[in-house]
Design a protein around this ligand. Structure first.
Ligand code: SF4
Length: 425
């Protein structure tokens, strides 16, 4: 591992990990968010053997092994490589930023099976070195038009399937703009490359390089960028919104799937191994990762799903009313060096508060510092770590002015109880 690997804040991978408060963070980009149960077992074992036994499920449906020491990292890489879980090099790994519909190939309401398209897109990104000049966070999404829309996920180039004259096509949205291009399904990889290269070329001659497609769209307009990419079929489209609550058991075709949320995006290696074992014995042998930090286990009937819920119990979120869903908590201490408070531990305590069940949406943000990584938008209450204690901000962001300071977790809980006292009963 070279010095570059240790630059703080680097968009991490496995071959170029990021140093964090609890050691190296090793991110595994799983194609289409699909993990075979066998690979999940391998990853769980690797997290136990080389890391601290904790795994993040990221907002881009990647798995992150935490707490790997510099001396263990080469052994972890050798192990993952032996099982075919790594890219050829760090650049190819970094550019494979693709989110896909989590039930791809299984969802009867989808317009087509996008799995081969997603695989081909990732292959194109990894193999075309010209595309390796994309910024680290530049990402794509491929939505099959089925049960779960990806429209709320941040993507620089978003593809969504729809039907035209009885055959599936893709609408292309760039930088969140309402104008979309319409392309044949077979043209997705070429279109993605052309738009990405247009971004790179414009960015490299700009005074300040563009960071995201939204910046390029602001500068030139979506129509001009589509024109450069020779996309002519343009339409104005509002985003498709669908349900996102995938927790618990749901029918899917002839069987069903179980959705299990990872509280605050974190699960244990043992928890992942338990899901993998169950998927092998009673499910389809696959785990599907979602960008809303849940794992879907397809191929289950209701009674087997209920048996699994009984086993994994509190470790996962199994219904949409779980109060942990109303709290955004960053990784905190000890995982982040900026944090002086154990956000996950304290957030679990705040999740016991009755008022969390009274309304929906993110109501409380527990932030390790004023950077507010877990929830950039305002919330009703924000607890912001400072010198091992919390500041309390109301109706604002982590960086806004506090109404109270110097609260330990118990004091913070009482302050929240007082504020929301009127809502209970
Ligand atoms: S908000 Fe602060 S403490 Fe939390 S993850 Fe971000 S930088 Fe770290």
């Amino acid at each position: 591992m070279n010095a570059e690997s240790l630059i703080k804040g680097w968009c991490p991978g496995a071959l170029r990990p990021m140093e964090s408060g609890d050691g190296l963070l090793v991110r595994l980009r799983m194609t289409g968010g699909i993990v075979s149960a066998l690979n999940a077992q391998i990853i769980a074992e690797a997290a136990r053997q080389y890391g601290n036994g904790l795994i993040d499920l990221s907002g881009r449906a990647n798995l992150q092994i935490r707490g790997v020491s510099g001396s263990q990292w080469p052994h972890l890489i050798a192990d993952l490589s032996r099982h075919g879980l790594l890219d050829d090099d760090a650049e190819a790994e970094a550019v494979r930023n693709v989110i896909a519909s989590p039930l791809a190939g299984l969802d009867p309401s989808a317009h087509l099976d996008i799995r081969p398209i997603v695989k081909a897109l990732e292959h194109r990104l990894a193999s075309n070195r010209a595309l390796h000049r994309l910024p680290g966070k530049f990402g794509f999404s491929v939505d099959d038009g089925g049960r779960f829309s990806l429209s709320e996920q941040m993507a620089d180039v978003a593809f969504e399937a729809t039907m035209e004259s009885g055959k599936p096509v893709f609408e292309v949205r760039i930088g969140n703009h309402e104008t979309v291009g319409r392309i044949d399904a077979n043209d997705l990889c070429d279109t993605a490359s052309t738009l990405a290269l247009a971004f790179i070329e414009a960015s490299e001659v700009a005074d300040l390089p563009y960071k995201r497609m939204v910046n390029l769209v602001s500068a030139f307009g979506a129509n001009e960028i589509f024109k450069r990419a020779r996309i002519e079929r343009l339409l104005v489209r509002s985003k498709r919104v669908t349900e996102k609550a995938s927790f618990g058991y749901h029918k899917l075709g002839d069987s069903g799937f179980l959705g299990l949320g990872a509280p605050f995006g974190r699960l244990s290696a043992n928890g992942l191994a338990a899901l993998a074992d169950f998927a092998l014995k009673s499910g389809s042998g696959e785990l599907r990762l979602t960008p809303w930090r849940a794992i879907l286990l397809p191929g289950l009937n209701r009674s087997t799903a209920e048996a699994l819920i009984g086993r994994v119990g509190e470790s996962f979120i199994t219904h949409a009313n779980d109060p942990r869903l109303q709290i955004a908590a960053c990784t905190g201490k000890p995982s982040c060096r900026n944090a002086t408070v154990n956000t996950h531990h304290d957030a679990l305590g705040f999740a016991q508060l009755d008022w969390l069940t009274k309304r929906s949406g993110t109501r409380l943000h527990v932030s390790g510092c004023e950077k507010g990584c877990a929830h950039p938008a305002a919330t009703e209450a924000v607890l912001v770590g400072r010198n091992g204690l919390y500041d309390l901000v109301l109706n604002g962001k982590a960086s806004d002015g506090a109404i109270k300071s110097g609260l330990d977790a118990a004091m913070a809980r009482r302050a929240l109880e007082e504020i929301w006292a009127g809502e209970v009963n």
